[in-house]
Design a protein around this ligand. Structure first.
Ligand SMILES: Nc1ncnc2c1ncn2[C@@H]1O[C@H](COP(=O)(O)OP(=O)(O)O)[C@@H](O)[C@H]1O
Ligand SMILES: [Mg+2]
Length: 280
C-alpha cells in the first residue's frame, strides 16, 4: 500500500494538491483513502458527494465518548470511489487537535482500516505550521511513508518545511522518508531558484512545480477537483505528472533529510540559500 503525506504551511496548497491526487488515483481505478488531518476539515470538499463531511471529532463530541461508537461509520464513500475521512478539531480554544488525529488513527487500527489490501493508496493531508506530536502521529506511527512538503517562494513556507524535515528525520526509523518538495508558487514571476537551493541544503529535491492557475480557483468555487473541472489546464497536467511520480519514488533510495538548525536557516536565508556554509 502506498501512503503519501502532504505537509506544509497553512494556505500553501496542501489540500488542493492532496485532494487532486486522490481524485486522479480514484479515476484511474485505484482503491483510495483520503485522510484530512487539518482541523479546518476542508481537505475532501471536492471529493465529497454532499459537500460536507461530518468529522471524526464531531461524532465523538456528539456521543461524548473518546471512542467512535460501534455503529458509526469511520469513512464516507466520495466521488470517484475515494473513501474520505476528516479528523476535524475540538471546539476552538479548547482541547487539542493533534489528540483528535491520534484518536482517529487508533480507530483506524481498531477497525483494521489499512489492513487486508483494502486500500492501494492512502493520502494524508496534514497542516504543518507547527509539527506538535499530534500532527506528527501519522508519520510517527508509520501510517504515512512518503512525505511531500508543499512550499512557495515565500520564506516562511521554507521555514515550515525545515521544521517538517526535522520531524521526518526524527521518525525515520519507522520507514518514513522525505520524498521531496512540491513548489506551488504564488507569483508566476518569482525566482524559483531559492527553493531549489534550500531543497539541496536539506538533502532533498523539488519533485514538482504546480503553476498558479485560475482553473484551480474556478474548480474550488464549484467544489470540484481541478483535474475533473479542467483536466487540460496547466495545473491539472502538473498534478497528473506528480500523481504518477509520487508512486514511482522508491523510498529505499532516499537519503535521510538534513534540516538546518534555526540559526543556519536564518543566516542562509539572508543570502537566499546561496554560497558557502552557515555557522553552526
Ligand atoms: N496552483 C494554484 N493555483 C491557483 N490557486 C491555488 C493553487 N494552489 C492553491 N490555490 C488556492 O489557494 C488556496 C489555499 O489552498 P489550500 O489547498 O486550501 O491550502 P492548504 O490546504 O495548504 O491550507 C485555495 O483557495 C486554493 O484554491
Ligand atoms: Mg488544507
Amino acid at each position: 500500500m502506498e501512503s503519501l503525506v502532504f505537509f506544509g504551511k497553512g494556505g500553501i496548497g496542501k489540500s488542493t494538491i492532496a485532494s487532486n491526487l486522490s481524485a486522479l488515483y480514484g479515476i484511474s481505478g485505484k482503491k483510495v483513502l483520503h485522510v484530512g488531518c487539518d482541523p479546518k476539515h476542508d481537505s475532501s470538499v471536492s471529493l465529497c458527494p454532499e459537500g460536507y463531511v461530518r468529522t471524526f471529532m464531531e461524532q465523538l463530541l456528539e456521543d461524548g465518548t473518546p471512542r467512535l461508537a460501534e455503529g458509526r461509520p469511520l469513512t464516507l464513500r466520495g466521488r470517484f470511489g475515494v473513501d474520505i475521512v476528516e479528523a476535524g478539531g475540538p471546539e476552538p480554544g479548547v482541547g487539542c487537535a493533534g489528540r483528535g488525529i491520534s484518536l482517529m488513527l487508533e480507530t483506524f487500527q481498531a477497525r483494521k482500516l489499512l489492513e487486508n489490501g483494502r486500500y492501494e493508496v492512502v493520502v494524508f493531508d496534514i497542516l504543518g505550521d507547527v509539527v506538535c506530536g499530534g500532527f506528527a502521529t501519522p508519520i510517527r506511527r508509520g501510517f504515512g511513508k512518503k512525505v511531500f512538503i508543499v512550499v512557495s517562494e515565500e520564506l516562511m513556507s521554507l521555514y515550515a518545511a525545515n521544521n517538517i524535515a526535522k520531524a521526518v528525520r526524527s521518525y525515520r526509523d519507522g520507514g518514513v522518508v522525505l520524498a521531496g518538495l512540491v513548489a506551488n508558487v504564488r507569483d508566476p514571476e518569482a525566482d524559483p531558484r531559492p527553493i531549489a537551493r534550500f531543497a539541496a541544503r536539506i538533502g532533498t529535491k523539488v519533485v514538482a512545480s504546480i503553476p498558479r492557475d485560475p482553473a484551480v480557483r474556478e474548480a474550488e468555487y464549484r467544489r470540484r477537483s481541478v483535474v475533473e473541472h479542467a483536466p487540460r489546464s496547466p495545473a491539472a497536467r502538473a498534478l497528473a505528472r506528480l500523481s504518477a511520480l509520487a508512486l514511482r519514488i522508491d523510498p529505499r533510495r532516499i537519503p535521510v533529510p538534513a534540516p538546518l538548525e534555526d540559526r543556519a536557516f536564518y543566516e542562509l536565508s539572508l543570502r537566499q540559500f546561496r554560497g558557502g556554509r552557515a555557522a553552526k
